[in-house]
Design a protein around this ligand. Structure first.
Ligand code: 5RP
Length: 225
């Protein structure tokens, strides 16, 4: 089965969790795009939900699909957020941000009662760490943040000609190994000018991962199937 079909199946499984009255966070990326489409189909069938978008692109796509998108600045809490990932492991640790939206994605995920990752099987790993780890950087502090990331052991590439929805730059970090993601997350968070990063260690409550047409659900607490 094609990877895109697996993305769609994972997205549809997650969107099945949406219920009338929910405020739903919508992620960013190709897998999240399937969730937007699946949610739009359910809205067209009568589901009453509103959404918050994790990027301008997602807001545009969701509105075009007929979903009401609210301003997150006015929202204190959401019911359910559905988003993709670049890597996800059995601890439900994820690396996100290949699409550069990780700061808004984490902010929305943290405000959500439940955050669900959707992914095709290529994203499932034994332990996160091989994917590039994006860090959103205040442009004013670009060189000092890059130097601090290099001191942490990263090979750093600043995305050329790229600006986040927040007007910042992104430094992609490759670490030779990531034995302690929690310690690394704390070290990056402590760098002045590093505004956010793609390590999601506490936000993910569940994951729907589809491989060869079979969807597997992983739960942080409770049974999986
Ligand atoms: C964007 C993200 C995406 O969710 C992540 O990169 C996965 O994208 P895709 O579904 O296109 O593979 O974190 O910032």
């Amino acid at each position: 089965m094609a990877t895109d079909d697996d993305k769609r199946l994972a997205a549809e499984a997650a969107v099945a969790e949406a219920r009338d009255g929910m405020l739903v966070g919508l992620g960013t990326g190709t897998t999240a795009a399937h969730a937007i489409a699946a949610l739009a189909r359910r809205v067209a069938d009568g589901l009453r939900v509103e959404a918050v978008a994790t990027s301008a692109a997602t807001a545009t796509a969701a509105r075009a699909a007929g979903i009401v998108v609210r301003d997150f600045a006015e929202i204190a809490a959401l019911d359910l957020t559905i988003d993709g990932a670049d890597e996800i492991d059995p601890r439900l640790y994820a690396i996100k941000g290949a699409g550069g939206a990780m700061l808004r994605e984490k902010t929305v995920a943290a405000a959500s009662r439940r955050m669900v990752v959707i992914a095709d099987g290529s994203k499932r790993v034994a332990a996160i760490g091989a994917a590039r780890l994006p860090v959103e950087v205040l442009p004013f502090a670009r060189a000092s943040v890059v130097a601090a990331l290099e001191r942490l052991g990263a090979a750093v590439t600043v995305r050329v000609g790229y600006m986040t929805d927040n007007g910042n730059v992104v430094a992609d970090c490759r670490f030779p190994a990531m034995p302690d993601p929690r310690a690394l997350a704390a070290e990056i968070a402590a760098i002045p000018g590093a505004l956010g990063h793609g390590l999601f260690l506490d936000e993910v409550d569940a994951a729907y991962i589809a491989a060869d047409g079979v969807v597997t659900r992983l739960e942080r607490d409770g049974p999986s199937d």
